[in-house]
Design a protein around this ligand. Structure first.
Ligand SMILES: Nc1ncnc2c1ncn2[C@@H]1O[C@H](COP(=O)(O)OP(=O)(O)O)[C@@H](O)[C@H]1O
Ligand SMILES: [Mg+2]
Length: 270
């Protein structure tokens, strides 16, 4: 198989996290660029590698090869040039509902595949762990990355109690971020309370954000405290908000301005 360094040249760092760094690399023979996640053997990279190699889906990053020397495992994967979903949320602020639904549709398709076809729970569904393959808004495809916390659905029940529905809750937090343009480390319980009670700090919003009742309904269900009350990935995909909004164009109206009233320090969205 040869060593990683015989076949590839390492270039700039793309990102780093708890498992080490991810660098851009180029295959010497073809000049094709990839991303390479280098994980120290002492951090036990085998679980992550195994899942990444086994999961094949349009919305999951594709592995091109893997290598090992006496210190590291190198996972060579498709290069996502479009940045993380986190970058986009920070850049764009609040999404309109059709755009948010299109993002959620891709995330939930990947999760449905993980839970129902592959029998695994991703376990770390943050916007840093979702990337766009290209830097082009129209055609960019969202890819799930980072399978460091992935576990079999059956094991996930004992590890995280919530089983695969932990991913649904994490996706609910992402839906909140997309709709309100705010990535926050508030707990899902706090976020749910903000959505149901409708109180938001004015300084967070340049203009009032109107969210449709259907979007709020899905959001609140996905962030239910009791995992049994959360929808499955398939049920999210079947929710009327996703089903209708993905077909709307971005200028479709959302929310109803009669739903919003202002009060002193806060903005109340009913
Ligand atoms: N395929 C990829 N293409 C481009 N950048 C990537 C790719 N995979 C990871 N990255 C970058 O590296 C960061 C860390 O990767 P990740 O797999 O999440 O590592 P960790 O397990 O350490 O969190 C990501 O947030 C992203 O910025
Ligand atoms: Mg990560």
């Amino acid at each position: 198989m040869g060593s990683f360094y015989e076949k590839y040249e390492l270039l700039n760092e793309l990102g780093s996290g708890s498992m080490g760094s991810v660098d851009e690399c180029v295959e010497k023979e073809t000049q094709i660029h990839y991303a390479c996640k280098k994980i120290e053997l002492r951090l036990d990279p085998w679980n992550e590698l195994q899942w990444m190699k086994n999961l094949v889906h349009d919305n999951i990053v594709e592995v091109a090869g893997n290598y090992q020397d006496d210190k590291y495992v190198y996972i060579v994967m498709e290069l996502c040039r479009g940045g993380t979903l986190y970058d986009r949320i920070i850049q764009k602020g609040a999404y309109d509902e059709p755009s948010a639904a299109k993002v959620m549709h891709q995330i939930m398709n990947a999760l449905q595949y993980c839970h129902e076809t592959a029998g695994v729970c991703h376990g770390d569904g943050k916007p840093y762990n979702m990337m766009y393959n290209v830097d082009d808004d129209e055609d960019a495809v969202l890819k799930l990355i980072d399978f460091g916390y992935t576990a079999k659905v059956t094991d996930a029940f004992s590890i995280m109690n919530d089983g695969p529905r932990v991913d649904v809750r994490d996706a609910g937090v992402i839906l909140y971020s997309l709709l309100y343009g705010e990535y926050t480390d508030r707990t899902p319980i706090e976020l749910k309370r903000r959505v149901t009670e409708g109180t938001f700090d004015l300084y967070l919003m340049e203009k009032p954000i109107l969210i449709s009742q259907e979007a709020k309904d899905l959001l609140v269900k996905m962030m239910s405290e009791d995992p049994n009350n959360r929808p499955t990935a398939s049920q999210v995909l079947d929710h009327p908000w996703i089903k209708t909004r993905i077909h709307d164009d971005d200028s479709s109206p959302q929310g109803d301005s009669s739903e919003i009233t202002r009060c002193g320090e806060c903005c109340r969205i009913l």
